[in-house]
Design a protein around this ligand. Structure first.
Ligand code: PEP
Length: 243
């Protein structure tokens, strides 16, 4: 069984004062039985050095250095104290036109810097309603995951775009169908696919986490809004510990 992972994505939220939330989380889950990852804004990564939790970037450039004003490289994230980085989050794909090829290049850059890539995929509402969810997932998996992926350096996050930040959540059957499909697709390419963690993301809250974590092939969650406050993230972590 893959080791479970509760990952929080703070997105473009948080200033130094908000790091107190990590202390509150440590008080409750300092020796949690699951992995805990926090992805704060890049400005806060070096300020997280005392936390026991894993720290991740939310994006990285495909290159390790160079004339790319405003960008951050995977090497820089590692140097600041990160051990993970999100790649291909739907907000990056939408806001910055990131293609599967770019996501694969960023994930490879993460591996080269010694980071674990959390590669995000997921269908839009139109794709879900058009019945193309699984073929969209297939295309994203094939195009976004580098050949060098292993269970050690890669986590997959299935995040239906229409569920992110909306309060809408797929049915447990829908989540189960996609996660089982992802596991099968990974097994076709990677020898250690059984150990590769597959997270669900999209409006996970304390009230729905236990049900979601009961779905086969759900190895944890990528959480946005409910990861900002320790009081909101804690019940999700507790549900994962009990799953
Ligand atoms: C996310 O940002 O990846 C996410 C899942 O957000 P939320 O939990 O707010 O839907």
């Amino acid at each position: 069984m893959p080791r479970k992972l509760a990952a929080g994505n703070w997105k473009m939220n948080g200033q130094r004062a908000n790091l107190v939330e990590l202390q509150k989380l440590e008080d409750k889950h300092g020796d949690a039985g699951v992995d805990i990852l926090i992805c704060p804004p890049a400005t806060l990564i070096s300020g997280c050095e005392d936390t026991p939790f894993d720290i991740g970037g939310q994006d990285c450039h495909v290159n390790q250095s160079g004339a790319h004003t405003g960008d951050v490289s995977a090497d820089m994230l590692a140097d600041a104290g990160a051990s993970y980085v999100l790649t291909g989050h739907s907000e990056r794909r939408t806001d910055h036109g990131e293609t599967d090829a770019i996501v694969a290049a960023k994930s490879q850059a993460a591996y080269d810097a010694g980071l674990i890539a959390v590669i995000c995929i997921g269908e839009t509402l139109a794709e879900r309603e058009g019945g193309t969810t699984l073929s969209v997932i297939d295309t994203q998996l094939a195009g976004s995951i580098p050949a060098a992926a292993t269970a050690e350096n890669t986590v997959i996050a299935y995040e239906p775009v229409w569920a992110i930040g909306t309060g809408k959540v797929p049915t447990l059957d829908q989540i189960g169908e996609v996660h089982a499909h992802i596991r099968k697709q990974l097994a076709d390419r990677f020898d250690d696919a059984d150990e590769m963690r597959i997270l669900y993301g999209g409006s996970v809250k304390g009230s729905n986490a236990a049900d979601i974590f009961g779905v086969p092939h759900v190895d944890g969650a990528l959480v946005g809004g409910a990861s900002l406050k320790a009081d909101d993230f804690s019940p999700i972590i507790s549900a994962l510990e009990q799953a």
